[in-house]
Design a protein around this ligand. Structure first.
Ligand code: 5GP
Length: 115
């Protein structure tokens, strides 16, 4: 499946990123427009456009996404104070890039509800 999103280009190395973590299934890098002192995007390399496109076949991949957030939060020193994981889904959810990704936000106390 072709992935012409900006994240597909980043995965293929066609567009640079400030990488913080990579393994066989995931790539994580700093958001270009950070909303918190720590704002990381964690993306499965599999090109699932949005959360509602995921299927039961993706169960392990989605679980691994959260565990990868744990790992990166610990690595970046925000695990102890706490952090937030966000998946925007569709236009009403504020999704701009249609390659599934999770925002990892931390480094300050985050308010609730989000805007
Ligand atoms: P969404 O609204 O789709 O959940 O979030 C997309 C995120 O991708 C936004 O926070 C935006 O700042 C980030 N972003 C968009 N283009 C780029 C890029 O080229 N590089 C990086 N590092 N982040 C990007």
């Amino acid at each position: 499946m072709s992935d012409d999103t900006i994240f597909g280009k980043i995965i293929r190395g066609e567009v640079p990123c400030d990488k913080v973590y990579e393994d066989e299934d995931y790539l994580a890098f700093k958001d270009i427009n950070p909303a918190a002192p720590v704002h990381i995007l964690i993306i499965p390399k599999k090109p699932i456009p949005m959360l509602t496109d995921a299927t039961a076949e993706d169960t392990a991949l989605l679980g691994g996404l959260l565990l990868t957030a744990n790992r990166i939060a610990a690595k970046l020193g925000i695990a102890e104070n706490g952090f937030r994981c966000v998946v925007n889904c569709g236009p009403g959810g504020g999704q701009l890039v249609y390659h599934l990704h999770m925002h990892l936000l931390g480094g300050r106390d985050l308010s609730w509800p989000p805007g």
